[in-house]
Design a protein around this ligand. Structure first.
Ligand code: ZN
Length: 320
């Protein structure tokens, strides 16, 4: 299975060590190529509901579900426990979601981010495998906001890559017959994330403004990686509404730091951002924390929304 190193995707050095142990086949797998009729059926390793030989996976919200879909391709059937358009912090799983969790072979969660999903996952049985991103080595560093620990790890593409690697390990353990496909898909997705990271590092290198004012404090990882300072209008959870005093403090920062753009989100009402903008003369732009994808999102998947976010940041932070 070993291939010449020339076929390795260009990976950040931190990733090469972990990935050279993987069998990398080709460079552009879509996750579905070569899957038909191989491995999955008859391997005895499929999930309890086994539709079309797929592994049933329940994932807490979009970035978790997207990673599983990219890595698992045609071999997985993913249920996103946060419905499109819902804000994942306060997601309330439906009866159907509870059923999906019970039937899932693999549960993917971010402990501490969605209390109602945590409560469901706590009831997992011994034949279900739980992958908690909060316990994945390298996914979460120690990014603290002014109101607690930031769990929005996927907004730093390199942290997201660590989680993607863990998804591959989990699926390979559950379905060894297709381990090679999962490893190939991990490598392809990580290569996408490394390219995204490079685009951010380059695109945000020379910005007139290094202070970014966001809807809620979701962008701590992104700010830390690319040398920006985040000022969140709401806390790490958008349900934590700012007080009039909080809004006045943000407005003062906007004036003193010369901020000209205030970012709003796709899934959260922009009323507080509008309040700060109107009191300071700043303009509004969308910066999406990629907590969910809807028709209103500035892209159809994580990679597209992150590219749109980079364009918004380059304009809003006045980068040359
Ligand atoms: Zn959030």
């Amino acid at each position: 299975m070993a291939l010449p190193s020339s076929q390795l995707p260009r990976l950040a050095s931190a990733w090469v060590a972990g990935l050279t142990t993987l069998a990398l086949v080709g460079g552009c797998s879509s996750g579905t190529s070569g899957s038909a009729g191989t491995g999955a059926s008859g391997s005895g390793s499929t999930g309890p509901d086994g539709a079309a030989g797929q592994i049933a996976v329940a994932a807490g919200f979009y970035p978790l579900a997207y990673a599983v879909q990219r890595v698992g391709g045609a071999h997985v059937s993913v249920t996103n426990l946060t419905k499109p358009g819902a804000e994942p912090h306060d997601a309330e799983p439906t009866t159907a979601d509870v059923g999906a969790v019970k039937k899932a072979r693999v549960l993917v969660t971010l402990g501490g981010f969605q209390p109602s999903v945590d409560a469901l996952v706590a009831q997992a049985t011994s034949d279900q495998r739980v992958l908690d991103a909060a316990k994945t080595t390298g996914a979460l560093g120690n990014v603290h906001s002014s109101v607690g620990v930031d769990l929005h790890f996927w907004l730093d593409p390199t942290n997201y890559a660590a989680f993607v690697d863990a998804v591959g390990t989990t699926l390979a353990a559950v379905d060894p017959a297709n381990a090679g496909t999962y490893r190939t898909n991990v490598a392809a997705f990580v290569a996408d994330l490394v390219a995204l990271d490079t685009a951010y590092a380059t695109g945000l290198k020379t910005c007139t403004s290094r202070t970014m004012v966001t809807g809620h404090q979701a962008f701590g990882y992104l700010a830390a990686r690319y040398g920006l300072t985040q000022v969140g209008i709401a806390g790490v959870n958008p349900e934590q509404e700012p007080s009039a005093k909080d809004l006045a403090a943000v407005a003062e920062t906007v004036r003193s730091a010369g901020v000209h753009t205030i970012y709003t989100e796709t899934l959260v009402e922009p009323k507080f951002a509008q309040t700060v903008a109107s009191s300071t003369g700043a303009t509004l732009a969308v910066l999406d924390p990629v907590e969910g994808i809807t028709d209103a999102s500035p892209g159809k998947d994580y990679l597209e929304v992150m590219r749109a976010n980079l364009a918004a940041l380059r304009k809003g932070q006045e980068c040359s």
